[in-house]
Write a protein that binds this ligand. Structure first.
Ligand SMILES: *Cc1c(COP(=O)(O)O)cnc(C)c1O
Length: 434
């Protein structure tokens, strides 16, 4: 299968090239040339299939031509070493819990999958340059990618994060690992980190010396596997007798997660509509209202993994629907919430239902409460474990949040970081000696 750039100004590439390059030379994002509609028989039987069976079937539709099927199946099963259960919160509203992975956030799925795909292509390739993964993070990407790649031979990972803008728990998940993982503390905001990474990919001198690749959600090997759990959620709802008029609600930042859901929809997943739930970063929300896309600087919120002012995957959404605002708004609606509303939602949901939300999931839950119509079944993605935001959650909700053991393990490690300005020349000097 070939992959094309959303800017249509650079050559189509193979999967291996798309995974290694991350971003296309014309600054577009890669998209698969075909999105296969899965047969009716698959959806008829999906309620009886395991998560691994469902995910393997979905993975083959994209990667089956490029990776031997046995190898692909084992990559999929290895990636999905944890469940993604659907939990009923109240009548008509379900939580798709995506936080049961090693770093307690949904990005574990994409990061683990990408690490294994990249390793596969490096092993069979003949490029002798050292592979360096660059990743900008506003919080959870860094830990998921660092842990997904930890100890993988022949690949070094550099995690760029904005100084003072990620929670202490998030920070220790990528600054304490050592081995092939380096944490870089940038004096700036998330968008500066993202800009440094993008500039490195476009720098000829660096790319001649190093094989640079991205593990941000722009990478096809990170964002496509997120489609797996949308199918699995449908399977669980179907089994529970709630498989009709499904609305999937995705707390969104860079819009990689929801784009994977939209691709699942294109593959035939019977979802009635989607909601992109945002915090105060409302660029996509404004686009839905008036058709104008106006990137802005990101603002800091308590749902900080969604603090994005120029979501990368917007280009993919436009591409999927041929730039047609009407098509987009007929399938996707949006919401935007202040920190005050997010906090009130966490408290209210816990008081009424006993279900503890994290600030990101709270944005999704609130959007369903606001926009769900009679007869619809709503599922929101609970994208992180509340313990990752223990202090925030405990200050809003009258309860104590238990720390899972795997979080404690990170917090006991020694923090190691490299300080960096937001000037590209400084970052380039650092990479030159890698
Ligand atoms: C990354 C992240 C998001 C946003 O996901 P996108 O794919 O960037 O839209 C939401 N919640 C949590 C906890 C995250 O880590």
């Amino acid at each position: 299968m070939k992959y094309y750039s959303t800017n249509h100004n650079s050559p189509d590439v193979t999967l291996a090239e798309a995974v290694v390059k991350g971003l296309a030379p014309d600054r577009g994002l890669y998209m698969p040339e075909r999105i296969e509609r899965l047969p009716k028989e698959f959806f008829d039987n999906i309620g009886e299939m395991s998560f691994h069976e469902i995910a393997c079937r979905v993975a083959r539709a994209f990667f089956g031509e490029d990776i031997p099927v046995d190898r692909l199946d084992s990559i999929v099963c290895d990636t999905l070493s944890f469940p993604t259960p659907v939990v009923k919160v109240e009548p008509g509203i379900y939580s798709l819990e995506l936080f049961h992975g090693p770093t307690l956030a949904f990005k574990d799925v994409g990061a683990r999958f990408m690490a294994r795909i990249l390793q596969h292509f490096i092993k069979i390739g003949d490029d002798r340059r050292k592979v360096n993964v660059l990743v900008a993070t506003s919080g959870d990407t860094g830990s998921a990618v660092a842990n997904g790649f930890l100890g993988i031979d022949g690949i070094n990972v550099h995690v760029l994060y904005p100084k003072g803008k990620v929670s202490p728990v998030q920070e220790c998940q990528f600054t304490t690992l050592g081995r092939n993982i380096t944490a870089i503390e940038v004096d700036g905001v998330f968008d500066d980190c993202q800009r440094l990474v993008k500039s490195a990919f476009l720098d000829k001198e660096l790319n001649d010396r190093l094989l640079l690749t991205s593990a941000n959600s722009i990478n096809v090997a990170r964002f496509l596997p997120q489609a797996f759990y949308y199918f699995n959620a449908y399977s669980q709802l179907k089994k529970a007798g709630a498989g009709e008029s499904i609305v999937m609600c995705v707390p969104s930042g860079n819009f990689g997660n929801i784009t994977a859901g939209l691709i699942a929809h294109r593959m035939g997943l019977p979802v009635k509509r989607f909601i992109a739930a945002n915090n105060a970063n409302n660029v996509f929300f404004n686009y839905l209202q008036n058709g104008v896309y106006e990137p802005k600087a990101s603002v800091s919120t308590i749902a900080n993994a969604m603090d994005v002012g120029d979501p990368s995957n917007f280009a993919r959404i436009l591409d999927l629907y041929g730039n047609d605002h009407d098509r987009i708004t007929s399938l996707i609606s949006g919401t935007t919430y202040s920190d005050g509303l997010i906090s009130a939602t966490m408290a209210d949901c816990f008081d009424r239902t006993g279900y503890l939300l994290d600030p990101h999931g709270a944005v999704g839950y609130r959007a369903l409460k606001q926009l769900l119509l009679p007869g619809e079944v709503g599922v929101f993605m609970e994208t992180a474990h509340p313990a990752k935001f223990k202090d925030t959650v405990e200050s809003m909700v009258n309860t104590t949040v238990e720390m899972p053991a795997r979080l404690y393990a990170f917090m006991r490690g020694t923090r190691q970081t490299i300080p960096m300005t937001s000037e590209f020349s400084d970052f380039k000097s650092y990479l030159r000696v890698c």
